[in-house]
Design a protein around this ligand. Structure first.
Ligand code: PLP
Length: 452
């Protein structure tokens, strides 16, 4: 073995040992912190730790374990999780009611042969049909949100024969080439141009702008494949469209023969107070994309489900034309998603998100009255909530103040002036009260810092 490989083996053994240990010594904890910072700077990106402004300037907090509504750093400091991993922890961190099924599956087989029939994939697809609105029926599983969006875009093209997409300003659908082509913020697109050329971005919340864009394209002989929207824009800073927007989009797409894609990767699986946000307007898209919380906060699994007319003959003849992700819908991920669906239904997680969201929002509005110059807006649905500040620096200062008080949150990707409140839906009411107290104190500190 070469000397380099010998060193790699020694390094791997050291970390394998850390993973197996129930208790680390103080020396080992210090080593993990020191080496993690070195590893991130040398092997991930020298800018990474500095960029995470909300967390800390010294980046000395190394995540080591989690449970339900909290996570714990390597020294045992517990943090209340208000960020929910950008929305993945709706059912909590390592919820034991989900974890036990994943562990049982892991004891049997983890990934699939690719050739035999893997039963959990079939059961999960069946369950999805049962928990999604209307006649959504055929599911395709992927590993990340952007990948699910890619499948949605490709399916729309193959099913309709159209080339164009209508997306919205401020939209966030992921950062792969197709998904970012739909994205509504220049900073994430500029360096990669040209992207998919056949995209028009219109104002979010304005259904007539969608109609005009489609009509204009059709007038000059172009064919539109799909309209893609988030039912509530998440990364744009929780932008809630006017009532009736989704219904109007459905009507327009029906009239013009264009597919409607709802990206419910963030809004779905109970986050906004119903299993899917589109249920609020009783609208069924042609393609629904899901992800984030879908794997129960334990396994990454995302995907799409589509209405039967989208699954055209060509795809039935060769299902691999759409995609064939090696890990998509693997048994371990499916076991997590199935157990998560069971848990969410049994414990009515959407209702919990709705009621706790209303409670949280009412308390936050009181804080807004107390700190009107700093907290310029508080908005949200269910447990997808945003706090808006006059300047992004003020939002960062508040998140730092919260972090210093052992409460974790962060900003949104597209709107620097907002920070998000997106905790697990299993959060206790007492925890919400504690958070409000700490937020009050953090807001007061920021007011002083900025002389407000
Ligand atoms: C609505 C929406 N779509 C897609 C994505 C991309 O998901 P991923 O980061 O898993 O690729 C996100 C992530 O924030 C999202 O909020």
């Amino acid at each position: 073995m070469s000397e380099k490989k010998e060193r790699a083996l020694k390094e791997a053994k050291k970390v394998m040992d850390f993973i197996l240990k129930d208790e680390l010594t103080v020396e080992e904890k210090n080593t993990i912190v020191k080496e993690s910072i070195e590893n991130f700077n040398r092997n991930i990106n020298p800018g990474w730790l500095k960029y995470r402004k909300s967390v800390s300037t010294n980046a000395a907090f190394v995540e080591w374990s989690d449970s339900q509504e909290t996570f714990v750093d390597v020294f045992g400091t517990e943090f209340i999780d208000l960020l929910g991993g950008f929305g993945i922890y709706t059912s909590g961190h390592r919820n034991p009611e989900i974890l036990k099924y994943v562990q049982a599956q892991l004891g049997r087989y983890a990934l699939h042969s690719q050739e035999l029939v893997d039963p959990l994939r079939g059961y999960l697809a069946k369950l999805l049909e049962m928990i999604t609105p209307g006649d959504l029926q055929y599911a395709f599983f992927t590993n990340g949100g952007a990948e699910a969006v890619e499948m949605a875009l490709k399916l729309a093209r193959i099913a309709t024969g159209g080339k164009w997409f209508i997306s919205t300003i401020g939209a966030f659908h992921g950062k792969s080439m197709g998904a970012i082509s739909m994205g509504g913020k220049g900073a994430y697109r500029e360096d990669y141009l040209p992207l998919i050329q056949q995209v028009q971005h219109v104002k979010y919340g304005d259904a007539e702008a969608v109609r005009t864009a489609i009509k204009n394209l059709q007038h000059v002989g172009e064919k539109v494949a799909a309209v893609i929207v988030e039912p509530v824009q998440g990364e744009a800073g929780v932008i809630i469209p006017p009532e009736g927007y989704l219904k109007k989009l459905r009507e327009i797409c029906d009239e013009t023969n264009v597919a409607l894609i709802f990206d419910e990767i963030q809004t779905g699986m109970g986050r906004t107070g119903t299993m899917w946000r589109c249920e609020v307007e009783d609208v069924t898209p042609d393609i629904l994309a899901y992800g984030k919380a879908f794997g129960g906060g334990i396994m990454p699994i995302t995907g799409i489900i589509a209405r039967p007319h989208m699954w055209v003959e060509k795809l039935v003849e060769n299902p691999w034309i759409l995609g064939s992700p090696t890990f998509g819908g693997n048994p371990l991920a499916c076991s997590a998603a199935i157990a998560n669906i069971g848990y969410m239904l049994e414990n009515d997680i959407p209702r919990q998100a709705k009621e706790k969201g209303e409670y949280f929002l009412s308390k936050l509005k009181m804080l807004q009255e107390k700190h009107p110059k700093l907290l310029t807006d508080v908005r949200g649905v269910g447990l997808l909530i945003a706090l808006e500040f006059p300047k992004s620096e003020m939002g960062w200062s508040v998140t730092k103040g919260l972090f210093a008080r052992n409460v974790m949150t962060a900003g949104t990707l597209v709107n620097a002036k907002t920070i998000r409140i997106e905790p697990p839906a299993i959060i206790k009411y007492e925890t919400i009260d504690i958070v409000i107290e700490k937020l009050d104190a953090a807001l007061t500190d920021t007011e002083k810092e900025f002389n407000l």
